[in-house]
Design a protein around this ligand. Structure first.
Ligand SMILES: [Fe+2]
Ligand SMILES: [Fe+2]
Length: 214
């Protein structure tokens, strides 16, 4: 499924989101969009509009209560396990992806939806669009958390714009592994469950890096 995303439809989307989110969440959303555009320029200029739409939509349900998240899961037949209840932060990616076709049908594009769906946990076999939204969300300029600043600086200080395509992908994969390690370490420290998708994503990028170095 592909949908025509235009400058006008993106601007309508921004206006609609502004009313539905706290100023802090809206600002983060716009910063993720800006970062997604910068990453698209480096990795896949033809996907810029897909990444802009996914960035704008990625946190549409982040401020919903756990009860609301559970209701949406029930409505869309999303299976919730005991583990999901213990890590409610992962809910919003699933519920946002599920709501896009009915709330924002102009953006019901399979690449947009999957980038939103996996922006929190990652997964094995992430597409480039999924990986770039996940990464843009981690390193957007509004993030002041130490790990985010370390990753953001590690990426831009390496001057990805001056690299060959292959070196740029290696840099991205290396930093994705680092981000999954940071997330996993944080979850271990908090003594909360780790999504299996996050572990699978980490292992997958380590395998991809080893294949690229052969
Ligand atoms: Fe999120
Ligand atoms: Fe986010």
């Amino acid at each position: 499924m592909t949908t025509k995303i235009t400058e006008v439809s993106l601007e309508h989307l921004r206006l609609s989101l502004k009313d539905k989110m706290s100023p802090k969440r809206y600002n983060h959303t716009l910063e993720v969009e800006k970062m997604a555009v910068r990453l698209a320029e480096l990795f896949c200029p033809s996907k810029t509009d897909v990444l802009r739409a996914a960035a704008l939509l990625h946190d549409i349900t982040k401020e919903y209560s756990v009860e609301e998240q559970l209701q949406i899961c029930k409505k869309f037949g999303i299976i919730t396990k005991r583990l999901d209840i213990l890590s409610p932060k992962t809910f919003h990616a699933k519920t946002a992806a599920a709501l896009i076709p009915e709330m924002y049908p102009d953006f019901a594009d399979s690449e947009v939806i999957s980038a939103v769906r996996f922006h929190t946990t990652g997964r094995e076999g992430m597409t480039l669009c999924e990986a770039l939204i996940y990464f843009a969300d981690y390193i957007d300029e509004s993030r002041k958390f130490k790990d985010c600043v370390i990753l953001r600086n590690a990426f831009w200080d390496a001057h990805p714009d001056l690299m060959t395509e292959q070196d740029r992908i290696v840099l991205l994969y290396r930093l994705l592994v680092m981000s999954f390690d940071m997330t996993i370490n944080g979850l271990v420290a908090e003594n909360v469950p780790i999504s299996a998708d996050t572990v699978l994503a980490r292992n997958d990028f380590i395998c991809r890096l080893s294949e690229l170095s052969e």
